[in-house]
Unconditional design. Structure first.
Ligand code: NAD
Ligand code: G6P
Ligand code: MN
Length: 441
């Protein structure tokens, strides 16, 4: 490919869009776009972020045509990359996803446990519609999805569109973690070649090779044990993230073999985590009072003064950089290392073929080429089989409209584990989600 690109961001009114826009500007030489479209189904949100996009691009890359719209033809026709980051039901329902389980002493989290289950069923409907709307108009575009819960979305989309090889599901947490590891070890994150296996928000780093081919994982584990663990940009992270990173030390002390994703703590210490979360003020409240408020205030200010001077929309540029780097790796056929989701098909020998595993891949213009992992040991297999079954049953509950499968999924989830609790939570979630969910019978 050596043409100029049209890129569309679906969920153009997302709190993450301004950071992605900044990254487009930083990457404009290597990833030369000629047209940017922001698409959202909420005009109020879209307009504010869209105006920021117009101003930012006028200042930094005036040749790029910037459009913000609710028109699907404008968004999907002729696009080369479609980046999707939507939140069906908004923060209002995220808050309910997190608060309902906490009523029953169960972890309330966006992507893990009943919160992720509830959000997953909502995301599937809209994500399927977005892929259909795209493919009706465009058979070639890469669909790069970040919408959570990415594990459920990846599994459901692959079941629904088994022959579509240009949908890629991605999470930024592996890169965030590599940045944090690098800071702790005082090395360049770009020099690290990681090996990783698991499901999304449910995996482990097994090796971290440095430029000399030396595996520095043991050194990292020792540093985490002695010094603790912080996000790369600790000064700018909210308290709940600092707490989450700190518990990585406990996980490494308990299970010393690999370095886990931060999210595994919800499954290893479900009671402890639930007891530490505030049932009246969850992460959704923290985000609404923090990131969302800040982004919309700053973007509105940019529009009023018709300039981005003095405007700060991003605390952590890693997210935007990763998103553009993924598209860039495909566009430039870079075959760079990324940890992404792919259908298992033997990558992890002793897990089901249709699991959506998250593993190290080389990414170029034919999509991700995964490294085979081989067999995993009993502890990991037990955990992953359980989580896989939960993810599969969640998707089947959605596709079949099955109450029984929904109850089975929630009962299997390690954060719940009790069928009577699962039933109470499920009944509350059905009420809270209303028409965002299919009718479960
Ligand atoms: P947000 O609510 O600020 O943004 C989402 C936007 O999507 C909103 O403007 C909303 O109006 C829009 N939207 C909702 N449904 C839509 C639809 N059907 N079509 C078009 N637009 C629609 O939420 P956010 O916190 O910015 O997060 C956005 C998404 O990105 C979430 O799913 C979040 O979990 C995900 N995320 C993923 C990663 C990752 O690493 N995979 C990282 C950050 C955020
Ligand atoms: C991490 C995860 C994402 C998640 C994001 C923001 O980067 O990998 O999946 O969406 O954090 O979470 P927040 O709670 O800040 O909205
Ligand atoms: Mn993620």
């Amino acid at each position: 490919m050596n043409k100029k690109l049209k890129v569309t961001v679906v969920g153009g009114g997302s709190t993450w869009t301004p950071g992605i826009l900044n990254a487009f500007v930083r990457h404009q030489e290597r990833f030369p776009i000629s047209e940017l479209v922001l698409f959202d189904n909420n005009w109020e949100r879209q307009e504010v972020i869209g105006k920021y996009a117009e101003i930012l691009f006028k200042e930094n890359c005036p040749d790029v045509k910037v459009t913000y719209t609710m028109d699907k033809d404008v968004a999907y026709k002729d696009a080369d990359f479609i980046m999707v980051q939507i939140r069906t039901g908004g923060y209002e329902l995220r808050e309910k996803d997190e608060k309902i389980p906490l009523k029953y002493g169960v972890v309330g989290q966006e992507t893990c446990g009943p919160g992720g289950f509830s959000y997953g069923i909502r995301s599937l409907r809209d994500m399927i519609e977005i892929v259909e709307d795209t493919r009706e108009r465009n058979s070639e575009a890469w669909i790069l999805n970040y919408t959570n819960p990415a594990a459920i979305v990846a599994y459901g989309l692959t079941k629904k569109f088994p022959n579509d090889k240009k949908i890629l599901n991605i999470c930024d947490q592996p890169i965030n973690l590599i940045n944090s590891f690098s800071k702790l070890m005082n090395i360049d994150p770009n020099s690290i070649e990681p090996r990783y296996f698991g499901l999304n928000h449910f995996g482990w780093f097994t090796h971290l090779y440095d430029n000399d081919g030396k595996d520095v994982l043991k050194e990292l584990k020792d540093l985490i044990k002695s010094n603790g663990f912080l996000p790369a940009d600790a000064a700018e992270r909210d308290q709940s993230w600092l707490d989450t990173y700190a518990l990585v030390r406990d996980m490494v002390l308990d299970f010393d073999e690999f370095v886990p994703s931060t999210y595994l703590q919800y499954y290893f210490y479900p009671e402890y985590k639930a007891s530490k979360l505030n049932p009246n003020y969850t992460r959704a409240n923290e985000v609404m009072d923090g990131r969302e408020k800040m982004i919309f205030e700053e973007c509105s200010k940019a529009a009023q003064q018709n300039s981005t001077e003095g405007i700060h929309v991003v605390k952590n540029e890693a997210h935007g950089d990763m998103i553009i780097s993924i598209a860039e790796a495909i566009y430039l056929n870079e075959n760079k290392y990324f940890i992404v989701m792919v259908e298992n098909n033997g990558i992890i020998e002793n897990l089901p073929d249709d699991a959506q595993v998250e593993v190290t891949c080389l990414l170029g213009n034919r999509g991700p080429i995964p490294f085979n992992y081989g067999k995993i040991d009993t502890f990991y297999k037990g955990l992953l089989e359980n989580q896989y079954a939960y993810e599969k049953l969640t998707c089947e509950a959605y596709f079949e409209g099955s109450y029984t499968k929904a109850l089975q999924a929630l009962t299997l989830n390690r954060t719940v584990n009790d069928a009577k609790k699962a039933r109470k939570i499920l009944d509350d979630l059905i009420e809270a989600n209303g028409s965002f969910w299919p009718k479960l019978k």
